[in-house]
Design a protein around this ligand. Structure first.
Ligand SMILES: Nc1ncnc2c1ncn2[C@@H]1O[C@H](COP(=O)(O)OP(=O)(O)OP(=O)(O)O)[C@@H](O)[C@H]1O
Length: 238
């Protein structure tokens, strides 16, 4: 059992000639970790570096003890982006069968993934006619097909109503209880309360890494949003 799931030392990323991440160090453990910060602060860039699809200028990124993006991690790390490509004209099951074949997974993996995201009763429905939350869960099921030990989700709740967001977070916790570490990004601060560990990000840096309770206690704030603002103010004043 690996205790630190992700290890990052001295990560530097330049995109479009701009330094987006300048020397970031981070260790992420098991459970549900939330990566929160305002739009454009570098969340997607950090997640892309962790799954090994981002060109990095410097630093070491290790996932499950291996260099990010190495072939040995292909089945062990699941990744869902904001624009996850599932086929609208195929049913839930047809989509999953297709991706299972691409990934070389047995048919039984489709069954497990459909059950994990609670879409059994919608398996024969065409994806284009599903609700936003259900569609997001199909993307999640694709990411789960490889039975990953680490699941990286880039803003999976964006555009969903509060009830669907709550249901999805409950699902992330069920997945984590099954032993998969889950790293989820969001720019909605009220989702922070639902994480085991929180990473608060600003302008390519990690402002705080703690439990939601720890972050609130440290800043004396009532909620994580106020804690974030207090940390930003403290930084700007320094
Ligand atoms: N393809 C790209 N080429 C050049 N710069 C980019 C590219 N994608 C993102 N950037 C820049 O990198 C910075 C970080 O973007 P990133 O997408 O990582 O932020 P984010 O925190 O995920 O934002 P959001 O919450 O809006 O998705 C931004 O300033 C953005 O303009």
């Amino acid at each position: 059992m690996v205790n630190s799931v992700i290890e990052i030392v001295g990560l530097r990323v330049v995109r479009g000639g701009r330094v987006v991440i300048a020397g970031l160090d981070l260790t992420v453990g098991p459970g549900v970790t939330g990566l929160l910060g305002p739009s454009g602060c570098g969340k997607s860039t950090l997640l892309r570096s962790i799954v090994g699809v981002q060109r990095v200028a410097a630093g070491d990124v290790t996932a499950l003890g291996r260099p990010a993006g190495s072939a040995a991690l292909r089945d062990r790390v699941g990744y869902q982006t904001q624009s996850s490509s599932v086929y609208d004209d195929l049913t839930v099951e047809e989509n999953l069968r297709f991706f299972a074949r691409v990934l070389g997974r047995p048919a039984a993996a489709v069954e497990t993934a459909v059950e994990a995201v609670d879409l059994v009763s919608h398996r024969d429905q065409v994806v284009g006619r599903l609700s936003g939350g259900q569609r997001s869960r199909v993307g999640l099921a694709v990411a789960l097909l490889g039975e990953p030990e680490l699941l990286v989700l880039d803003e999976p709740t964006v555009g969903l109503d509060p009830v669907l967001r709550r249901d999805l977070w409950a699902l992330f916790h069920r997945i984590a209880e099954g032993g998969t570490a889950v790293l989820v990004s969001s720019h909605v601060m009220d989702e922070a309360e639902r994480c085991d560990q929180l990473l608060l990000m600003r302008e390519g840096r990690i402002l705080a890494h703690d439990t939601p309770a720890g972050i609130k206690e440290r800043t004396g704030a009532r909620d994580v949003e106020a804690a974030f603002l207090s940390l930003v103010q403290g930084e700007d004043a320094a």
